[in-house]
Ligand binder design. Structure first.
Ligand SMILES: Nc1ncnc2c1ncn2[C@@H]1O[C@H](COP(=O)(O)OP(=O)(O)O)[C@@H](O)[C@H]1O
Ligand SMILES: O=C(O)C(=O)C[C@H](O)[C@H](O)COP(=O)(O)O
Length: 306
């Protein structure tokens, strides 16, 4: 069996709590609605890719608590191959409370990161060797690095959705072909807010394609020969949870389809924006028809600095 994308990274159960506004400290507020969803940057991106027709395998771990079976069941129902994943007895699954402020369109996350992870020795390298691309989020550090090394050796594209700064980035980045990160990452990692300088710097550290996202300010794409900015699609944003995860999955879709970078960046920006119109991550994913309808009817501003 060959896979388009093998993913490795965090998986969490998100408890999404919709509020009319975030309460002040030590105050009380009513919940408008709530829902449980499986999240994490890599699984969210892979569910999008799977729904768009790509063959995906996810390598992750969860506990034998009340959330473990839910994670396994829901990811399998999205056609992710889980043969390289493990339930770790006696451990807790990743869990996050996501408080969505409807009026401010912000999301505040309190998360329990799993304390137990797959170790490099647990990695089924044969799954990675069947991949066209490997999608990572930087966790678990040593296993992620090993996966990047195996993927590079077998000629797969190595992609990272960096999210927040994690340990071991300096060692991992040289193995990457594709790197996506939010603007806050470059501030933390490179100690600069200059997007163009950061894009250039990251290209020099290894990847041949870098994207930097900044919410409603849109996204930047850098390659050796191209620098692009794509404005964010104006939408009525309800919930931005996982916007970067979805952007990253859609970016990878364009790369796997061998599209020109302009089309890939627009596609990723539209897909992420449409997700923001709905509550949650997986439940909020747009279909290919919805994305294409926007691509065909809306003019998205793309600027170039070559
Ligand atoms: N409110 C929004 N309206 C339209 N597009 C958005 C909005 N928020 C995010 N996006 C799109 O999603 C991309 C990723 O969002 P961002 O907030 O930067 O990532 P993260 O979820 O990692 O913090 C943005 O570059 C943009 O294209
Ligand atoms: O809750 C979810 O489903 C998410 O995955 C939302 C965010 O994308 C991650 O919280 C970012 O993850 P880190 O970069 O590891 O901090």
């Amino acid at each position: 069996m060959n896979f388009d994308v093998v993913g490795l990274g965090t998986v969490v159960v998100d408890h999404l709590v919709l509020l009319s506004h975030h309460p002040a400290q030590d105050a009380k507020t009513n919940i408008i609605s709530d829902a449980y969803q499986i999240g994490g940057p890599v699984p969210t991106a892979q569910v999008l890719l799977s729904r768009l027709g790509k063959q995906c395998a996810f390598i992750g771990s969860w506990g034998d608590d009340q959330y473990g079976p839910l994670i396994a069941e829901e990811l399998a129902a999205e056609n992710l191959d889980l043969s390289g994943s493990r339930q770790l007895p006696g451990t807790r699954s990743g869990y996050a409370q996501v408080w969505i402020d409807e009026s401010a369109s912000t999301r505040t996350i309190a998360c329990y990161r799993p304390e137990h992870w797959l170790q490099p020795v647990d990695l089924d390298e044969s799954i990675l060797q069947q991949a066209r691309a490997v999608h990572l989020d930087g966790w678990p550090q040593a296993t992620c690095l090993r996966a990047a090394q195996v993927a590079q050796q077998s000629g797969a594209k190595v992609c990272l959705d960096a999210g927040s700064l994690k340990p071991g980035m300096e060692e991992l980045i040289p193995y990457l072909n594709v790197m996506n990160c939010p603007r806050r990452f470059i501030t933390e990692y490179l100690d600069t807010d200059d997007i163009h300088a950061a894009g250039q710097e990251l290209l020099q550290q290894g990847p041949e394609l870098v994207t930097i996202t900044d919410g409603v300010n849109g996204a930047w794409l850098f390659t050796e020969s191209t620098r692009l900015h794509c404005a964010a699609l104006p939408v009525l944003s309800l919930d931005t949870t996982g916007a970067g995860d979805v952007f990253s999955g859609a970016l990878l879709y364009g790369i796997l389809e061998d599209w020109p970078v302009e089309r890939t960046l627009k596609f990723a920006s539209i897909t992420a924006a449409l997700k923001c119109e709905r509550l949650g991550n997986r439940d909020a994913l747009p279909t290919l028809a919805e994305i294409n309808a926007v691509l065909q009817t809306k003019e998205l501003r793309l600027s170039r600095w070559d």
